[in-house]
Design a protein around this ligand. Sequence first.
Ligand SMILES: O=C(O)CCC(=O)C(=O)O
Length: 266
Amino acid sequence: MKSVSDGRERYSEDGFYIWDQPLIPAAVVSQAIAGMDAVRTGVYDTGVPPQPSYWNPGDSPKKLCKIEMPQIANRAVMELVSHPALGELAAAVTGAKMVQVWWVQLLCKPPADPDGAEKTDVGWHQDRQYWQIWEEGSELFTAWVALTNVTAEAGPMRFIRGSHRWGFLNQGDFYGQNLETQRHGIQAPPGTVWDEVPALLPPGGASFHHCLTFHGSGPNHTTEFRRSFAIHMRTENSAPVHGERKGLTQFIDRPDYCPITYHKSV
Ligand SMILES: O=C(O)CCC(=O)C(=O)O
């Protein structure tokens, strides 16, 4: 049986931690799936649309669906994103005194297109590359929550063990579509090894990864959508550059959009 206490050590050694048991209750997961489908069709029960996104209602269902800040558009998605079990485990794994959700992405990876026209890989990258808006050294990480069974065939995320200690390389590309070629363009420090670990998760399971950990994912060879939320979190040791609120940090003073899901009581 997995224990919370090994999470802290694994996260700090490997740069990620995989909680391969249901953490979020099944009812919350199934409501969030319905919420995800509503957002995908442009129906927002809060009356608020998501933020501008790569994928929009009406786009091809064969494309990787990535929608920004879906929790502001749907209450069931907000319930999942702000679930206390997730905040508590995130704090235990990272050692945080405070955990805030500061940005969320809905990710729905369709089954691989048989004629190969639409590619749905997520190229190797370090999240920090896209998060320059935060001060250097800010403690930023992601909880990736599975809503469906993420098997080896479903195009799971793959983490590179220990790569959070390679520093910021600025050599990744989320939209890269050939993981093998791309991998050879990443100059890992001498003496390190490229050790890929798939995050296999049941519905309601979660992985946690450091903002410098290289990760990516290949095609989904199942017949079902691979559904998840990438929930970007921060600890008390983080601050926006120059204290500015813009782009990805624009909502951090709004707990109704960016809930604080853990606060250690003294
Ligand atoms: O869903 C994926 O395959 C990748 C997601 C990702 O890059 C992230 O959560 O940081």
